[in-house]
Design a binder for this molecule. Structure first.
Ligand code: NAD
Length: 459
């Protein structure tokens, strides 16, 4: 497990160890030993599966492709997590992401464990036929450990509904007569996928911020004003302001966050900046997000990069460098691109009062500590970007029931699950001295520890 995650899990276990009301039946030396066992279990994966897929490419060459399926922990249910196709995939990274899935599912009461897959390829360098063969091979090599009640993959960076459709098709061929609909999630709607899955993560990311700033603050304004918490002061200072928002990343997550913010009438929002791999676009009066989404959909996912392209898009904006999105004078910064974007060198230039992690781990440990000490609220990945796995769970459920929900029903169920989590972590966050990330981990580790103890895993 990565150092940051490991440290927070360790810290969470210490908090629970000191809390005499938590598992009071464990006392004295037995309690010490049980908590040390919990650390050992939660900090290591159950299985690291690695294969070198033998792939016959369209060009006649046979190649070996390294592939992983890491199963971190299944105490809460079948392993669950995406499969990433990227040239930088490494075993340690897949293990970290699998661990995060265990913690994320526990936090949001999704009855799944944590898993993750990875294939070390740059998908842009392969033909569609080659990618199809790689998907089939992945399922062939790992078919014994996958399945609707064992381990359920989903898309991640470099994969999407097309790959999940292919993989489920192969799984079905390998296991004729067995249940298959829940073997993969993130499939196309025509092939048993859920309505609303594509937008689920972005909508959830925006909703997390909106719930905190609008619903929670409005309901708890008086209570918050009596807290001796710099984070309470931060949210109260933004309460009735017209908020300026910047968003890093304009892909699946970032563009949905941008549109949700643009359309949100509850808060007086203005999306003043968005960015992608090439450019930051800035307009202090607010950007025309629907026009940018239309442009991106017709230009291979890229935002306008030149004056001419902005004119074609019908968008007024200044063109800035890609890193500038992070340090603009805004109230809220959504991070929806990559990991490690806010770090020691740029953290002092951050001006946002609230940062929301749509991507996994976009803020390094050092930056997290520095910014939190200044009262900046960082809404962590584990809390904010769980919409995808929650709707994956709903897809799995719909596949089992062979009953499908409308898009509104999916969204309502997703938000209701996330709302339950917010209501359990926001009050202690504003009462204790922990950051929101630490508070989320304490909740998650508490659930996992409780179940591990009750299932007799600590003997
Ligand atoms: P995506 O590939 O659709 O979009 C990524 C965006 O980031 C693109 O706009 C790209 O141009 C931009 N980008 C790439 N490099 C950049 C750079 N150096 N600076 C600024 N922007 C850059 O990916 P996505 O599905 O939107 O996922 C974004 C992040 O969220 C990833 O880290 C992913 O792991 C995480 N995440 C996604 C989901 C999901 O359901 N899609 C769920 C949980 C977490």
């Amino acid at each position: 497990m990565a150092n940051q995650m490991m440290d927070i899990v360790k810290g969470s276990l210490q908090v629970l160890l000191d809390d005499v009301d938590f598992l009071p039946e464990l006392a004295g030396e037995r309690r010490e030993k049980a908590f040390s066992s919990l650390l050992s279990i939660l900090s290591t994966p159950d299985h690291v599966n690695k294969s070198f897929l033998r792939v016959a490419l369209e060009n006649g060459q046979v190649t070996r492709v390294p592939a992983f399926r890491v199963q971190h922990n299944n105490v809460l249910g079948p392993y669950k997590g995406g499969i990433r196709f990227h040239e930088t995939v490494k075993e340690e990274e897949v293990v970290n992401l699998a661990s995060l899935m265990t913690l994320k599912n526990a936090l949001h009461e999704v009855p799944f464990g944590g898993g993750k897959g990875g294939v070390v390829i740059n998908p842009r360098e392969y033909s569609d036929k080659d990618l199809y063969v790689i998907c089939k091979k992945y399922v062939q090599y790992f078919s014994d450990i996958l399945g609707p009640d064992k381990d359920i993959p989903a898309p991640d960076v470099g994969t999407g509904e097309r790959e999940m459709d292919w993989m489920m098709g192969e799984y079905k061929s390998i296991r004729p007569g067995e249940s298959y609909r829940g073997s993969f999630t993130g499939k196309s709607v025509e092939n048993g996928g859920s309505l609303g899955r594509r937008e689920a993560t972005g909508k959830g990311v925006y909703y997390t911020f909106r719930y905190l700033l609008h619903d929670f603050v409005k309901r708890q304004e008086h209570w918050l004003s009596e807290r001796d918490s710099m984070f309470a002061k931060t949210v109260l200072s933004l309460k009735d302001k017209s908020l300026k928002i910047a968003i890093q990343g304009f892909g699946n997550v970032g563009s949905v966050v941008a549109l949700s913010a643009y359309q949100c009438n509850h808060l007086n929002n203005k999306v003043v900046a968005v960015s992608d791999r090439n450019v930051t676009l800035y307009n202090s009066d607010g950007l025309d997000i629907p026009a940018l989404i239309k442009f991106v959909s017709m230009n291979k996912g890229d935002l306008p990069m030149t004056g001419d392209q902005l004119e074609t898009a019908g968008v007024k904006a200044k063109i800035l460098g890609i890193g500038e999105v992070l340090t603009l004078d805004v109230d809220v910064l959504f991070l929806a691109a990559l990991e490690n974007q806010v770090y020691q060198e740029n953290m002092i230039d951050i001006k946002a009062k609230i940062m929301v992690e749509g991507a996994n781990a976009p803020v390094t440990t050092v930056a997290d500590g520095y910014l939190s000490d200044k009262g900046i609220i960082i809404i962590p990945d584990i809390l904010a970007n769980a919409g995808g796995v929650i709707v994956s769970y709903l897809e799995w459920l719909q596949g089992r029931e062979t009953q499908f929900y409308t898009e509104d029903e999916v969204f309502e169920k997703q938000l209701s699950k996330m709302k339950n989590t917010f209501d359990s972590v926001f009050p202690p966050f504003f009462s204790d001295s922990f950051t929101l990330r630490q508070q989320c981990y304490i909740h998650s580790v508490m659930k996992l520890s409780n179940i591990l103890y009750r299932q007799g895993k600590l003997y």
